[in-house]
Design a protein around this ligand. Structure first.
Ligand code: SAH
Length: 246
């Protein structure tokens, strides 16, 4: 399973943290490191703090934007040290690991980590199906970003070791999903189409959008739609647009 889990770091300021993340990942047998506009990279400090996990640094993929880093992912999870304005499906690292280890083997998962000083923006968090919070001391709940990666990747590893054991001992229950999940880029196109249609039918006022799109994003993302479901929804939107233009 480790091949399909990517750790995405957004706008990391301290290159030492990137190295510490690479080390934490390699300890837990994760290998895909993606960096969104890091402040300094490559950097000597990253190499030092990686303690030899330099292969992850060498293979790290650098992106200009978060949407580019996750566009081909089926399941996108955002990490957050604190609650946000609009509540979102929230799990702890152990629950996340359960979800990831029960997903189909070829599901591409992105786990997104924020800036050292202010985490992820609301817009970035609203790209995600789920949020994960490490239930730390409520009075002191913000971990160093590499420490947060360590905690979450440890839980992913424990779940994958357990799942491997369970597979040997007993047949798996249930059936796998029949259709591949929609990728982030397909979902984003659907949200654009939905927003445009809602403007066209004058349900959404672009001058005063309020929280309508965040709420609709949350509704659809909570369902984790597959490719066929996204096509059906877009077909409905197309029919609505055809009807109002004719
Ligand atoms: N002051 C920032 C905290 C940034 S900590 C804020 O209020 O959001 C840097 C990153 O580490 C976060 O963006 C998140 O990715 C991760 N992180 C830190 N503490 C965490 C926690 N308790 N649960 C989940 N992720 C956490």
């Amino acid at each position: 399973m480790s091949q399909n889990i990517r750790i995405v770091l957004v706008n990391t300021t301290h290159p030492g943290n990137i190295g510490a993340v690479a080390r934490a990942m390699k300890n837990m047998n994760l290998s895909e490191l993606h960096l969104v506009a890091p402040k300094f990279f490559p950097h000597e400090e990253a190499i030092t703090r990686s303690s030899g996990a330099t292969d992850l640094l060498d293979n790290a993929v650098v992106h200009a934007s978060l949407s580019e880093a996750i566009s081909d992912c089926h399941l996108v999870v955002g990490t957050s040290a604190r609650g946000r304005h609009i509540p979102w499906p929230l799990v702890n690292p152990r629950e996340l690991a359960g979800i990831v280890s029960s997903a189909a083997a070829d599901t591409r998962v992105a786990i997104v980590f924020g800036r050292e000083d202010r985490g992820l923006t609301n817009d970035e968090l609203q790209l995600c199906h789920q949020h994960v919070h490490i239930p730390a001391n409520p009075d002191f709940c913000s971990l160093n970003v590499a420490a947060a990666v360590q905690v979450i990747s440890y839980e992913l590893r424990m779940a994958s070791l357990y799942a491997a054991g369970a597979r040997e001992d007993q047949p798996q229950w249930g059936t796998p999903w029949d259709i591949e999940l929609a990728e982030n880029a397909e979902l984003e196109r659907m949200f654009e189409h939905l927003e445009q249609t809602l403007v066209d039918i004058e349900f959404l006022d672009p001058e005063n959008p309020r929280q309508l799109m965040p709420r609709l994003r949350r509704l659809f993302l909570r369902a984790v739609p597959d490719k066929v479901e996204v096509n059906v929804l877009r077909g409905i939107l197309k029919a609505v647009q055809k009807r109002i233009s004719g």
